[in-house]
Ligand binder design. Sequence first.
Ligand code: GRF
Length: 198
Amino acid sequence: MTKRVAILISGGGSNMVALAESMRGDHPARPVLVLSNDPDAGGLAKARKLNIPTLAIDHKPFGKDRVGFEAALQTALETAKPDIICLAGFMRILTADFTGKWAGKMLNIHPSLLPKYKGLHTHARALEAGDAEHGCSVHEVTAALDDGPVLGQARIAVRPDDTAETLAARLLPLEHQLYPAVLRRFAQGDNRPVNLPG
Ligand code: GRF
């Protein structure tokens, strides 16, 4: 049975594009919705070009009413009926109530070698720590931020002249390889970790 995948974005959606373009042929999943909390997210136009249904639920009118925003998310998701949700550059923190509703079905990509550097500014923090290597992780989303079981990682060597920007730029193409590889296994119920380079 083909798994239905909803992808949540907030910005350019390059990871969404990589995921969507991977779900073809004998892939066990297909994208059914791209949803953004920002109506101006560049990824929405990219999703439309890929003929994926899109939706924007602007979080700003909800102000501090995180529960109200998530109720709107939940209503949209209950219509799309995803088997799997992929957070891909989605920049809103989700409550334990929401993550609990999707426990075991929601993935996220985070630009660090978890458990290192949960939260923001991961590239700068890796540089500040003098790490020899950096990378990205795909994990199951749980109530704690960037804390769920890691399903895959991709690693790069940090270069002496690296800045946060050059690290991010070198890492992004690896994210685009890692996330689709993890999703393909996850959609088949295969939780063996993916490690890149292979
Ligand atoms: C990526 O670095 C990803 O790791 C982080 O958000 C950034 C932008 O992702 N979660 P995208 O281009 O919007 O997919």
